[in-house]
Design a protein around this ligand. Structure first.
Ligand code: PHB
Length: 250
């Protein structure tokens, strides 16, 4: 790909522009995009203009920019994530209607848990998860499942890096995290009481594809003092439904 005068490729610049959008920052001006992407104003306006013309970004009446439906369409059309989400939806609805708390599906993405779907009932407790948002592996129940059943290299990379503290309950000691991961593998589920916000307990189970590889985590977010037993029964029933839809036979 041709390089700009500053040496970074056009693809680098496009990715930097798109990455300025986050789950909580969905609308920006072209100038804000340029500043956050580290691009000169003229380049930012040109790239944004081209992306708007291609339909990948959209401009509203106040000339502010948001991600275009065309980008969503292209990204979603043939992705593995869509297949997984579709296989999981009936089971997620079942879990959500029985547990009556937030129910979510996450995959591993760039050393974090990326949430593909979240179902919530009115009156469910607190939850910081967003669809297409991410949580750290060491501090969420889904993350712990994805890490515990993930590749050895991933585990060693996470265990070797600092483990940021999010609450007083977050595991920040690598020896403690190593023991927790062994426990998650032995039990077949993860319970994370107050690890990411003090008022909630995350409970997650692994989901396997037809080859038996763990490809996702199915989880619920309970109020901190709720018992996790009933939720675990529903999570395991739900994950078996998803695994059957994905072709896994246990
Ligand atoms: C978790 O999976 O541990 C979790 C996720 C979101 C929350 C709380 C806990 O808000």
């Amino acid at each position: 790909m041709a390089n700009s005068r500053s040496g970074d490729s056009i693809t680098d610049r496009l990715v930097r522009v798109l990455e300025t959008f986050t789950p909580t920052r969905t609308v920006q001006t072209a100038a804000e995009i340029g500043r956050r992407a580290g691009l000169p104003s003229s380049s930012a306006h040109r790239i944004v203009g081209e992306l708007v013309a291609a339909g990948l970004l959209e401009r509203d009446d106040e000339r502010r920019i948001r991600v275009g439906s065309r980008l969503w369409e292209l990204a979603t059309r043939s992705s593995q994530a869509l297949r997984l989400r579709q296989a999981a939806m009936p089971a997620m609805e079942r879990v959500q209607s029985r547990v009556r708390e937030h129910t979510q599906l996450a995959i591993l993405e760039q050393d974090e848990a990326l949430f593909l779907e979240r179902l919530s009932a009115p009156g469910s407790g607190a939850n910081i998860t967003r669809i297409a948002g991410r949580l750290p592996l060491h501090a969420s129940s889904s993350g712990l499942v994805l890490l515990a059943f993930g590749e050895r290299e991933l585990q060693e990379r996470i265990l070797a890096a600092p483990l940021p503290r999010l609450t007083t309950e977050t595991i920040t000691d690598s020896a403690v995290l190593r023991r927790k991961l062994a426990e998650v593998r032995a039990l077949g589920h993860a319970v994370a009481p107050g690890f990411i916000e003090t008022v909630s307990t995350g409970v997650a189970v692994p989901v396997r594809d037809e080859a038996g590889t763990v490809v996702a985590a199915l989880s619920v977010v309970l109020r901190r003092d709720d018992p996790e037993g009933p939720a675990l029964i529903e999570l395991h029933a739900g994950r078996r439904l998803i695994e059957r839809a994905l072709g896994f036979r246990d």
